[in-house]
Design a protein around this ligand. Structure first.
Ligand SMILES: *Cc1c(COP(=O)(O)O)cnc(C)c1O
Length: 424
């Protein structure tokens, strides 16, 4: 399957109709547990002597199809789906890290992730140094003896900074730590971080991959390229007390990490995906490639149009000639730069807030990647508690309006913004 191209894999990978009752659509296996043939069979499943389903917190046939499909689309060896993007980030990090470990992360991260790293993980003894990702050498400079991961977003939200993944992956390689890339905003249809050196890819499936704004979900995809036996990760090379003495690296080779995510991470942290949500997300994933193309076309056209408006003081979209990320965007996102456009207007905070209140086609809400167009004024909503320095590093200025441009007719989107501009 994975020899086939993206659009084909998005529709078919992982679904063998001959073992699923001939169903053309992926069926929902809405079952909590699975009947064992006998006690020996159960013992074999628990000891990994045989692969099979045990309990839906660990594995489920509907989720399995989504997992195989995502691994094929990102070029990974395997994947584990989770209850949300946040669940995926937490599960990946808690499998990898322990108290005393350290992360080097980009300073332009999704707000929830930033909070996890800056407030919640330190309570567990896991600390983070945030660096300006525009200079990749900043990652290497922040490495400590206890550093065990690099974490970035391929396309930051809402700063829209395109990262030089190749250069950062070299820094991670030199530091001998896994390079984790949250690829939510680009989606696998526009960018595959594994091609540029990522070892682990994270997705919030809630956004573009589902695309309809109907289900939360997350995924961890393992490239299978990291050397867990390099001396920094004894949890993979010594007998695991969490799984009756299993030595992950010896038993599972390149799949050591993703196996541990499933059999210890899902088992102990429980951030598993409902099979119903997996089904819903599969419906969205089928059309991801065509949607990302249209999202990107609409967003670029609208960004150009905004640049020509008198009310508008600045526009940020990585596909614009005026963007300082245009060069990196040409390298990493040549087929489209996704749906997010940010801009400012004359009159600053008050005018921007009013525009977000006045649009009718663009819905005022905190989400991205829906087929419908969305708008938000972060300084008065999602980012209201940031101080000036945090506003600067996250790129959220007081006048910033964030659009997630949907698949509506472009002229209707322009008219909607035009009538909102008339009110300021
Ligand atoms: C939304 C988002 C997340 C969190 O995903 P949820 O599914 O909402 O938990 C993580 N990273 C990025 C870049 C996001 O946009």
């Amino acid at each position: 399957m994975s020899d086939q191209k993206f659009a084909t894999n998005a529709l078919h990978a992982g679904h063998d109709v001959t073992v699923n009752g001939g169903t053309r659509a992926v069926p929902i296996y809405q079952s909590t547990a699975y009947v064992f043939n006998n006690s020996d069979h159960a013992a074999n499943l628990f000891s990994l002597a045989e692969f099979g389903n045990i309990y839906t917190r660990i594995n489920n046939p509907t989720n399995d199809i989504l997992e195989q499909r995502l691994a094929a689309l990102e070029g990974g060896i395997a994947s584990v789906v989770c209850s949300s993007g946040t669940g995926a980030i937490n599960t990946a990090l808690l499998v990898l890290l322990k108290a005393g470990d350290h992360i080097v992360a980009s300073n332009s991260l999704y707000g929830g992730t930033y909070n996890l790293f800056s407030v919640t993980l330190p309570r567990l003894g896991i600390t983070t140094t945030f660096v300006d990702p525009s200079d990749p050498s900043n990652f290497g400079k922040a490495v400590q003896d206890n550093t065990r991961a690099f974490f970035v977003e391929s396309l930051g939200n809402p700063k829209l900074d395109v990262l030089d993944l190749k250069a950062i992956s070299k820094e991670a390689k030199a530091a001998q730590v896994p390079f984790i890339v949250d690829n939510t905003v680009a989606s696998p249809a526009l960018l595959n971080p594994i091609e540029h050196g990522a070892n682990i890819v994270i997705h919030s499936l809630t956004k573009y991959i589902n695309g309809n704004g109907t289900a939360l979900g997350g995924a961890i995809i393992d490239a299978g390229t990291f050397d867990w036996a390099n001396g920094k990760f004894p949890e993979f090379t010594e007998p695991s007390p969490g799984y009756h003495g299993l030595v992950y690296h010896d038993a599972l080779g390149p799949a050591a990490f993703i196996a541990k995510v499933r059999i210890e991470g899902l088992r102990d942290h429980g951030a598993c995906l409902s099979p119903f949500n997996a089904f819903q997300i599969i419906q969205g994933l089928e059309t991801l490639e065509v949607r990302m193309k249209k999202h990107s076309e609409n967003a670029l056209a609208l960004a150009h149009w905004l640049e020509g408006r008198d009310e508008v003081t600045w526009v940020n979209y990585p596909g614009l000639e005026s963007s300082k990320y245009k060069k990196l965007s040409d390298e990493y996102l040549p087929n489209g730069q996704s749906s997010i456009v940010t801009f400012g207007v004359k009159g600053g905070f008050e005018s921007s807030k009013k525009i977000a209140d006045e649009t009718k086609v663009f819905s005022l809400l905190a989400n991205i990647g829906d087929t419908k167009s969305l708008i938000i004024h972060p300084a008065s909503t999602t980012h209201q508690q940031l101080d000036e320095a945090e506003q600067e590093s996250t790129g959220v200025t007081k006048d910033l309006i964030r659009l997630s441009v949907g698949l509506e007719n472009l002229e209707d989107l322009k008219s909607d913004l035009e009538q909102a501009f008339a009110g300021i």
